[in-house]
Structure formats: structure tokens, C-alpha cells
Write a protein that binds this ligand. Structure first.
Ligand code: SF4
Length: 212
């Protein structure tokens, strides 16, 4: 088995329910929740989205939202002015150009205001069950680098490296597995290498813990 396949097999066992922690129903909610999750914890986003999604059940509702009201409602997630602008802008584009339905193609998602590749990948995977890439956030970047899967800093280059080695059938889950692993074990500060099931495959693990 190739090292990447062993890594995936180990991660699957460790994180059998590798799904986004952002609560959502459908593509619109995961799009909004993902925009809100920038520089914010999923828990904090989950605290405000139930009321938000009740008030704005469709893209048309978000498109008509009053900016000041939306800013107030999403304020706990930080960077609320930018996020409100992106949510309203994306919702208007969805209404104007896509008949009110979140599009399910990468290029269409990337044409929405405030939607970069990471967000588009999450919407495609969590909203539509489609894998056109691997979303690279701070956890995926750190864990990929430590595991020696990419030497790049730029998320798009890291994604390119990952897409070249991760089998396509695993693209959907790979982001979630690395995010879960990054939160639980391979933390930014003080990674728990001694408890890590990947330590024998990991070039960053201290040698006395079994690293290569
Ligand atoms: S061995 Fe350490 S550095 Fe490597 S993946 Fe595990 S926690 Fe991260």
C-alpha cells in the first residue's frame, strides 16, 4: 500500500465520521456557514446560524437582507462587515444569475462574491456530495506539510500536490479527516505526536516516538 493510502486508511479508522462540524441543511446554508467560519470557530458559527437560517430561509431572503441588520446578527463571528457584504453579494448573484439556487459547478461558485476555492470545495462536498478538489484550510495546510505531502505555503499549490497523490474516491473525505486530525492531535502548538496513529509514517514526528 502506498504511504498516502496507509495515511488515509489510518485516518478513516481514527475519524470514521469525517464531516464538517458546521451545522447546515443544503447548499445555501453550508455556503453561508462557511463564509461565517472564516477566522472563527465552528462552534461559534453553529450558535448563531439556527436563528439566521430561520430568518433567511432562501437566497432571495439573504439578497434582500438589510446590511445593518445582518451585520448585527453575525457580529459574534467577527469580521462581520465583510462577511455581511459577501453573503448579501453572493445571495444576489445566486438570485440574479442562477435562479435562486446555489450552483453546483466549481467555476460558477468561484464567480460568487466572497467565494474562493476553499469555500467552493466545501459547498461542493458538503452541499452536493461532489468532489472537484480538496479544500485547504489552516489545518489541512499544517498537517499536509508536517506529513510531507506538500512543501508549499500557498493553499492552491498545496491542493494541487494533494490532488496528485490522494485517490479521487478519497477527495470528499480528505479535508475533513485532516481537519479533525489537526484539531484533535496534530495541533498547531504542541502536536500530540506520542498519541498520533500516523507517527510511524510522519517525517515530523520525533524519532524517539517512532518517526521516520
Ligand atoms: S506525528 Fe506529530 S506532526 Fe506528524 S501528523 Fe502526527 S501529530 Fe502531526
Amino acid at each position: 500500500m502506498a504511504p498516502i493510502e496507509r495515511i488515509i486508511a489510518i485516518l478513516r479508522k481514527a475519524y470514521p465520521r469525517s464531516r464538517t462540524a458546521l451545522r447546515h441543511e443544503g447548499p445555501l446554508q453550508i455556503l453561508v456557514a462557511t463564509i461565517l467560519s472564516a477566522q472563527c470557530t465552528d462552534e461559534r458559527v453553529n450558535r448563531i446560524t439556527p436563528a439566521l437560517f430561520r430568518k433567511y430561509p432562501t437566497a432571495a431572503h439573504f439578497a434582500r437582507a438589510r446590511r445593518a441588520a445582518l451585520e448585527r446578527e453575525i457580529r459574534p463571528t467577527g469580521f462581520f462587515r465583510n462577511k455581511a457584504r459577501h453573503i448579501i453579494g453572493a445571495a444576489r448573484a445566486i438570485v440574479d444569475r442562477f435562479g435562486g439556487e446555489v450552483p453546483d459547478r466549481m467555476e460558477d461558485l468561484l464567480s460568487l462574491p466572497g467565494v474562493a476555492r476553499k469555500t467552493a470545495n466545501i459547498v461542493l462536498s458538503s452541499g452536493f456530495g461532489k468532489a472537484e478538489g480538496i479544500a485547504v484550510d489552516t489545518h489541512v495546510r499544517r498537517v499536509s506539510q508536517r506529513l510531507g505531502l506538500s512543501g508549499h505555503e500557498d493553499p492552491e499549490k498545496i491542493e494541487r500536490d494533494l490532488l496528485a497523490i490522494v485517490p479521487r474516491r478519497d477527495w470528499l473525505d480528505f479535508n475533513y479527516m485532516l481537519v479533525n486530525h489537526g484539531r484533535a492531535v496534530c495541533r498547531a502548538r504542541n502536536p500530540r505526536c506520542a498519541d498520533c496513529p500516523l507517527r510511524r509514517l510522519c517525517p515530523s514526528a520525533p524519532r524517539f516516538m517512532g518517526g521516520r
